[in-house]
Write a protein that binds this ligand. Structure first.
Ligand SMILES: Cc1cc2nc3c(=O)[nH]c(=O)nc-3n(C[C@H](O)[C@H](O)[C@H](O)COP(=O)(O)OP(=O)(O)OC[C@H]3O[C@@H](n4cnc5c(N)ncnc54)[C@H](O)[C@@H]3O)c2cc1C
Length: 142
């Protein structure tokens, strides 16, 4: 099933859903056209970049920056413990000048450059729960 057909099916289910109406009245429900990426650590960034050209998505992050684990929790002396070839995100290799085992600073710079390159625009300070229509969409798996 095409992605657009999935969205149409989700939308037609939603308009007949009394629960959805209640949630909207309470201001707790927002309809989003497309996937929601929860969290912008390296995994969320990779998914967002791969979707960027073809599928509109919304990116939410509960912290106030990307890669919060690396920026605010990891020690400054940390290096990647796997070689850079194994740690790079899709569509953008590490710069050739980086050492085989990049430092935390290298990795954070790389992730910031990744966001710029793909024009990713996460919404920060958002602690989201994924709603039922998203699960319906993913269940199709076609
Ligand atoms: C010390 C250390 C060293 C590591 N070294 C390497 C290495 O050398 N090579 C390697 O490949 N991997 C390494 N890893 C493992 C892994 O690559 C990293 O942990 C990486 O940051 C995981 O990325 P992630 O995006 O899956 O998760 P995270 O970096 O944890 O990102 C998840 C994000 O989601 C956000 N979030 C969570 N719940 C919600 C919610 N409900 N709403 C909104 N936002 C939410 C969080 O705030 C966070 O920013 C290391 C991990 C650690 C801890």
């Amino acid at each position: 099933m095409l992605f657009v057909d999935c969205l149409r099916e989700v939308e037609s289910k939603r308009v007949h859903d009394p629960f959805d109406e209640t949630m909207k009245k309470n201001g707790k429900c927002v309809l989003v056209q497309g996937p929601i990426i929860v969290g912008v650590g390296p995994s969320g960034l990779a998914v967002a970049a791969c979707l960027k050209e073809r599928v509109p998505s919304v990116i939410v992050e509960r912290a106030k920056c990307i890669a919060s684990l690396w920026k605010s929790k990891a020690s400054d002396r940390l290096h990647l413990h796997l070689s850079k070839k194994l740690c790079e995100l899709p569509l953008m290799p590490f710069p050739a000048k980086f050492p085989t085992y990049p430092t935390k600073e290298h990795f954070v710079d790389y992730l910031d450059a990744y966001v710029s390159k793909f024009g990713l625009e996460p919404q920060f300070n958002q602690n989201k729960k994924v709603s039922l229509p998203m699960i319906t969409l993913l269940d199709h798996g076609e």
